[in-house]
Design a protein around this ligand. Structure first.
Ligand code: 3PY
Ligand code: MG
Length: 254
């Protein structure tokens, strides 16, 4: 249930927040991951097989441990956004958003009136109307729900200035991998063309009232982008587990 979004609160105070992408439909494993000290977990409906229904148990595993459950939706589509939020995500990552008009449509889908047109019903996110009235919940949800928009195509990068003018966007999030692909250097995030576009995006976002977010799989990448003004960071579960296991095996096998 969405009572308070502690990650959003930290961002509002200018603090850096750290989260982990996770795509297993296993609440017990999510609970273990949540206990490692993350501010938030991002349950990944885009790259993986998670369904909106899986968010119910995964969100509960987070909520029990004071961690914010966020979901990456499959696509920018109102019924898709609605189902992930109603199931219990406190925020959404929306991939492949390619114009300011599309950003506005995310907000319309994610916020209740008067700002948006999110479908209203008793849902797990609102405690099925058992904790407070639906009217009170709409105000709470509009205040607490976090919206993270991916900048991961050349088109999105070129339009980012306009994205910063859309109210109620919390985080403009660079997706380095898709961006590298879109710029003609698939998987080569350190290519100078990709770095230059990421820097241009960063400058525009940092000068605005939005938070700059980025996927940062390593601490050095995250530290570098902290210096450039990013405050919302994600890593990935598999990447971190892989590093830990390989470090262990390399050490024990000498
Ligand atoms: C990307 O790098 O494309 C991402 O979406 C990271 O989450
Ligand atoms: Mg991506």
């Amino acid at each position: 249930m969405l009572i308070e979004n502690t990650t959003k609160r930290k961002l509002q105070h200018g603090e850096a927040v750290y989260g982990c992408f996770f795509r297993q439909a296993e609440p017990t494993l999510a609970e273990f991951v949540a206990l490692q000290g993350w501010d938030f977990l991002v349950f990944d409906g885009e790259h993986g097989s998670l369904q909106a229904r899986d968010i119910e148990g995964l969100a509960r595993a987070c909520e029990l441990n004071g961690v914010t459950p966020v979901a990456r939706v499959t696509a920018n589509e109102p019924s898709n956004i609605l189902r992930y939020l109603d199931a219990g995500a406190h925020g959404i990552h929306v991939p492949w958003v390619n114009s300011a008009v599309e950003v506005e449509s995310v907000i319309t889908a994610a916020k209740y009136g008067p700002r948006g047109q999110r479908g209203l019903a008793g849902s797990r996110q609102g405690g099925w109307g058992s904790r407070e009235s639906l009217a009170d919940f709409t105000a709470r949800a509009n205040r607490e729900t976090m919206v993270i928009i991916h900048i991961e195509t050349a088109r999105a990068a070129a339009a980012v200035e306009e994205y910063t003018t859309v109210d109620d966007v919390d985080v403009l999030f660079i997706g380095p991998t898709d961006l590298s692909h879109s710029l003609g250097h698939p998987g080569n995030v350190s290519h100078p063309d990709v770095q230059r576009v990421m820097e241009q995006v960063a400058e525009v976002v940092v000068a605005s009232d939005k938070t700059l977010g980025i996927f940062a799989g390593s601490p050095t990448f995250a530290a570098d982008w902290y210096e450039r003004g990013a405050r919302y960071f994600t890593a990935g579960f598999e990447g971190l587990v892989k590093q830990g296991m390989q470090t262990y095996l390399t050490a024990v096998r000498g």
